[in-house]
Design a protein around this ligand. Structure first.
Ligand code: EAX
Length: 319
């Protein structure tokens, strides 16, 4: 009798299982599988595929295979891609509020960055992504940005004068390096070739990125300016998010949070390694630049802020 009941139940349950809706997330990043961006995406993939019992499949498209970060954001708006791990810089054209956390020298430690990004200000900025038809799931970490160049040692801001410095596709980043005295050129990542061909003299990125992309082969000088705390964001398509049942909406937020916390730890645990490796690779490193010369040249940029970006920046500076 019991066996018959089991067979009857299996008969009716099987078709239901066959009709369980499945979803595909195409996730775009511009960096290689050696990057922290990729490691975060892989952790996200593992959590989502396991948590959905296989109903959701995540495909990671790395190494700029689906376009640069600005293009990935445009595709997310159209639900042509469903997720991305994107650097905060290029996001500011879509979500102006995020400029507030890209301002120079507002964070002097990882703890301070976490306090703001995981606190009310950061969460409110993430919520504002929906007005750009995007979902801001969670902040993760690129790291503190430092300047490199192939021409000369940079100790103070005056040494930057006239250098062609590549910056991210962000008006704020252009303005920062103009104020410091450089000749900034916005350019999508990656940029190794342009550096090797001396189309540009220098660039600025966290130590992990400088090391992982072997920029020490084409950049002789590194100055530890730590001028901007560079956040990454798990960004999603709002159209895709809205198509999901609530249980999977929750799963994506939970997976993005766990993957972000995992990636921040990876990045921070290796911070000393990257500096040591860059020294070993022969870079000439100024570990104690004249930071007041840099700070004094960028503080007036606050006057360019308006709207919510200004509101959040003032709140951060008041903390
Ligand atoms: O890792 O475009 C950039 O400079 C960003 O830092 C990107 O995340 C490279």
């Amino acid at each position: 009798m019991k066996r018959n009941l089991t067979l009857v139940l299996a008969f009716f349950m099987l078709p239901l299982a066959m009709f369980a809706k499945s979803y595909v997330i195409n996730l775009g990043i511009v960096t290689t599988p050696h990057s922290f961006h990729y490691m975060a995406a892989k952790k996200f993939k593992d959590i989502v595929e396991k948590g959905s019992g296989g109903d959701i499949k995540v495909n990671i498209h790395h190494s700029k295979s689906v376009g640069n970060e600005t293009s990935i954001l445009q595709q997310l708006q159209l639900n042509a891609l469903q997720m991305g791990v994107i650097t905060a810089g290029p996001i500011d054209k879509f979500v102006p509020a995020i400029k507030a956390i890209e301002f120079p020298f507002i964070f002097d430690s990882f703890a301070k960055a976490d306090e703001i990004l995981d606190g009310k200000i950061g969460q409110d900025i993430l919520k504002s992504f929906k007005s750009a038809n995007l979902v801001g799931y969670h902040f993760l970490e690129n790291g503190f940005r430092n300047i490199t160049n192939s021409k000369k040692p940079i100790h103070s801001a005056s040494d930057v004068k006239g250098l062609k410095i590549r910056v991210m596709n962000s008006q704020l980043q252009i303005d920062i390096w103009k104020a410091i005295g450089a000749n900034p050129t916005p350019m999508p990542w990656p940029i190794y070739t342009q550096l090797s061909q001396h189309v540009i003299d220098g660039q600025e990125n966290p130590l992990a990125v400088i090391d992982q992309y072997k920029l020490y082969e084409v950049q002789k000088y590194l100055t530890l300016t730590r001028h901007v705390y560079s956040a990454l964001v798990f960004v999603g398509s709002k159209g895709f998010y809205d198509s999901l049942p609530p249980k999977y909406q929750t799963l994506l937020f939970d997976a993005a949070k766990k993957a972000s916390i995992y990636e921040r730890k990876l990045n921070r645990d290796k911070a000393n390694y990257f500096l040591a490796d860059l020294k070993k690779q022969g870079m000439i490193i100024d570990e104690h630049p004249d930071m007041s010369s840099f700070r004094s040249r960028v503080k007036s940029l606050k006057s360019q802020f308006s709207g919510v970006a200004k509101k959040y920046l003032e709140e951060i500076l008041a903390k």
